[in-house]
Design a protein around this ligand. Sequence first.
Ligand code: NAP
Length: 293
Amino acid sequence: MNIDTKILSGKEVATFVYRNLEAKIGDLKKEDVIPGLAAVLVGEDPGSKVYVRSKTRRFNKLGLLSETFLFPADIDEGSLIHEIQMLNENSNFHGILVQLPLPKHLNEKKVLHEVLPQKDVDGFHTENLGLLTAGYPRYVPCTPKGILEILKYYEILIEGKHVVIVGRSNIVGRPLSILLGLKRKFGNATVTVCHSRTPDISEHTKRADIIIAAVGVPQMIGADMIKEGSTLIDVGINRVKDDSENGYHLVGDVDFQSVLGKAGAVTPVPGGVGPMTIAMLVANTVEAASRTI
Ligand code: NAP
């Protein structure tokens, strides 16, 4: 057990994606179209604020339009829906994202359903999830799309491989399981999805060529759960308290140190899937803007 584990840098892939988007953004600007994103943020959740800030910062850095619409935590559902409908009609914004989670009194499914499917650059609307399931994706949710881009960039073969996804959320695990199993290029994998009711997850992960961990349990996947040479994509972002200035540090769902030397490749946290999620949000918004000309 002494493999030279390759570190799959999401930062590097994101830089490549931004470089490739430059020409498209330039063409749109020539047509007086500046891709624009409206970020809807409800309440004061510190994690959500950080996510929205890093997304809008990236848009601004690329000379794109990005505006955050902040609403109080106690906003009623009708008012929030009205605000989203106004954004649907605002032609400056080609994409709308509603930062999750929403406060408990708001029905997430209902609110997300109000975003115009053509502006749903997060790909969470049921119409877009339906298109994806049928094999004609319009907007692929950003994290699954980013993971596919990492695999493509590093030429990790998916076809014919056994992929085990741990986690079945609507934003990561479920869409990813569908995409990887589609009969198309960068699909054709045999996919197993594990979740909190799976009796023995390691029984599956030990047979996997590729493991995608999207659980939210710090360092859950260790060396004893994987096959030698497998590829590990770590989606998890978990805050672990420590004595640092921030009071915490980030770890993934994979026990990074333990898998070095046994895994063939692994994404780090931070610097792995996270930067790709933002890059794909930009890519989807640019795509949405392109569809308007
Ligand atoms: P989620 O909605 O909470 O879903 C978690 C999934 O993991 C569920 O399917 C759940 O099973 C399963 N699960 C939970 N505990 C488990 C356990 N002990 N054993 C097996 N399965 C278990 O989470 P999510 O939104 O998909 O996010 C997952 C992680 O990815 C989080 O750490 C989140 O912060 C991170 N994330 C990162 C990015 C990024 O850009 N890097 C983007 C999105 C999310 P059940 O379905 O049975 O409940």
